[in-house]
Design a protein. Sequence first.
Length: 187
Amino acid sequence: MSDRQHKSGLGSAVDKLFRAIEILIAIFLGVMIFFTFLNVVLRQFGIGFAQTEEISRICFIYLIYLGSIIAARENQHLMIDTLISKLPEVGQKILYVIIQGLIIWLMATLTNGAFTNAWNNRNDFWVATHIPVFMVHFAGVLLGVSVIIISIVNLYRMIVKKEPVMELLTGHGNSDDPTAAEGGGLQ
């Protein structure tokens, strides 16, 4: 059985949410590529659309922020684990709690700043498309809140579910997942 067949309830809903985010990222990437290519071709004929440039820029911004949420969930971000891998288990846990605490603090700072920018720009609009500037800054709020939740879940998995720190860092396995021992994919 696959990992998806084993999950039910909240785990399944979270998997579906992240799958929807991945689909949204693919849509943003497709729109961005289409409009950028269209603009390149149209400029050869001396015409172009300012709207396509703004839409491509907004898609790129959301692509980066949503991709960062996916990377945080799957532990695919840039990480150097040399120090933590050399520590004994208790040291790994302490350092992991410190790292997650720093992530939560940094994402809270990002969320606060993004929300402040969004609120301050609530009456501003992009020039060509008239899309509210608020929506662009709100991507930072989505990222910050999502990564805070992911970090809290990581701490829960380490403290309550007693998952090893190195397993949490690599993103492999889940104590509830029988395929984890067989090298079954990321969560």
